[in-house]
Ligand binder design. Structure first.
Ligand SMILES: NC(=O)c1ccc[n+]([C@@H]2O[C@H](COP(=O)([O-])OP(=O)(O)OC[C@H]3O[C@@H](n4cnc5c(N)ncnc54)[C@H](OP(=O)(O)O)[C@@H]3O)[C@@H](O)[C@H]2O)c1
Length: 261
């Protein structure tokens, strides 16, 4: 029997490398995508499964095009994980515009294009699963985090639209919302994990195990540290109530101009 194959972006380190390890032990073959070929080969060397190494810089059009082509024209993929990402931090008044643009090319454009390629192929095949890696920072406004937090708000919104569109297609779409995870992400963002209390910091093995369990259970949104799932449903209910009030013929009473007042 053919083994299912999973494609993981950002598989050379951190969360992506852990997805590779856990999916290999679940019997998946893998397509590992990142820029550092030696790191990808190190990840693959530790796994008892077939690994295709696809070196691609997803900040570039060429890199994204080559991964799109693998998704569209290569052997079918059972699972695609849009995980590659980084944080360009800085207050809006002082941020580095070029680094912001680079981050948006990876966190937003590459994720959207690869989601498109995945949805197109999987919808045609009537089967498959996609995990898009968001972030808890999409829910919080922290000075210095506007660009990164907003990029992950985009991931959240885009993926929730994908979920609405995937209904009835046979394609499962998971939005994964990690909190603080112990990876190189923080040093690359020029911050330190040490600033977080240890009880806030999750290990990659726990995050990834939760995500794959959620996928098994068909949960659309996975917030691994969230004990009370009702909080997510209450948030969605509040959002829906607000949404029903944003489009009316007349402004609300407090904005009505009073003649001869
Ligand atoms: N760690 C956290 O606290 C945390 C929290 C919430 C969300 N997240 C999200 O989780 C995802 C994974 O982060 P992580 O914590 O595992 O960080 P990480 O350890 O720094 O790993 C990031 C991965 O992305 C790849 N990558 C970066 N730029 C790339 C590019 N231009 N093209 C292709 N691949 C690229 C890196 O590989 P190469 O450098 O070899 O290309 C690496 O494999 C990101 O989307 C991040 O925003 C992380």
């Amino acid at each position: 029997m053919t083994r299912p194959t999973a494609l993981i972006t950002g598989a050379s380190a951190g969360i992506g490398a852990e997805f590779a390890r856990q999916l290999a032990s679940r019997g998946h073959d893998l397509v590992l995508v990142a820029r550092r070929e030696d790191w990808l080969r190190d990840v693959a060397a530790g796994l008892a499964t077939d690994c295709e190494i696809l070196v691609a810089d997803l900040e570039t059009d060429d890199g994204v095009t080559r991964v799109e082509a693998r998704i569209a024209d290569g052997p079918p993929l059972a699972l695609i994980i849009n995980n590659a990402g980084f944080a360009a931090r800085g207050r809006v008044a002082t941020l580095d515009a070029e680094r912001l643009a680079t981050m948006l090319r990876l966190n937003v454009i590459a994720l959207s294009r690869l989601s498109h390629a995945a949805m197109q192929r999987m919808t045609a095949d009537g089967t498959g699963a996609i995990i898009n890696v968001g972030s808890g920072t999409a829910l919080i406004q922290i000075p210095g985090n506007a660009g990164y937090g907003a990029s992950k708000s985009y991931v959240m919104a885009f993926t929730r639209h994908m979920q609405a569109e995937a209904a009835g297609t046979g394609v499962a779409v998971q939005l994964l919302i990690p909190g603080v995870i112990a990876t190189d992400f923080h040093s690359i963002a020029a911050t330190s994990l040490d600033r977080y209390p240890p009880e806030m910091v999750m290990q990659t093995r726990d995050l990834v195990a939760a995500s794959l369990t959620a996928l098994d259970r068909g949960e659309a949104v996975c917030i691994p540290s969230l004990g009370e799932v009702r909080l997510w449903h209450e948030w969605k209910t509040a959002e829906a109530a607000l949404a029903t009030n944003v489009s009316r013929r007349k402004p609300a009473d407090r904005y009505r101009f009073k003649r001869n007042a």
